[in-house]
Design a protein around this ligand. Structure first.
Ligand code: FES
Ligand code: FES
Length: 165
């Protein structure tokens, strides 16, 4: 339902966020990352560029990575959203988290949640990949700290476990 209030247009949405059904009235122009961070206090989804370049805002929508800064909250109506908070400590995501820590693939951590979500999507496919393929898959996520090598190492180590060549 679309409602006009105090000069803004609002839309009623229902989304499943990390397994929990959430109903909310959102501003028509509010993007999904702001909705997650401001309304649901899921601040693990970061905002860097806010125009689709850096990947810090990556979330899963119906199991596929998406830019939280380029997706309107209203577009998420009826969809299943997963964030770093929901996946943390479980299954392959936990293995990636351990590998990132163990191989120094997280430094300041700003890119890390988006990087982990993209890596999780890749690892979930359970297809062996070369380092160049991993690098290519993660190329939409920017990191200012690590130089990427440690991140590739971490993802490759988990992929070698779940999808041996
Ligand atoms: Fe969304 Fe940079 S904040 S891509
Ligand atoms: Fe700092 Fe990637 S760890 S931006």
């Amino acid at each position: 339902m679309s409602v006009a209030e105090s000069g803004h247009e609002f839309i009623d949405v229902e989304v499943i966020v990390n397994g929990r059904t959430v109903r909310s009235r959102v501003r028509a122009r509010q993007h999904l990352a702001d909705f997650l961070r401001q309304e649901l206090e899921l601040t693990g989804t970061h905002l860097g560029c806010e125009h689709g370049v850096c990947g810090a805002c990556t979330v899963l929508i119906d199991g596929r990575t998406a830019r939280g800064c380029l997706t309107l909250a209203a577009q998420a109506h009826g969809k299943r959203i997963e964030t770093v908070e929901g996946l943390s400590g479980q299954g392959a995501f936990a293995r990636l988290q351990d590998a990132f820590i163990g191989l120094n693939a997280a430094q300041c951590g700003f890119c890390t949640s988006g990087m982990l979500l993209t890596a999780y999507e890749l690892v979930s496919e359970k297809v062996p990949r070369t380092r160049n393929e991993i690098r290519d898959y993660l190329s939409g996520n920017m990191c200012r700290c690590t130089g990427y090598h440690a991140i590739i190492d971490a993802v490759a180590s988990v992929l070698a476990e779940v999808a041996p060549a």
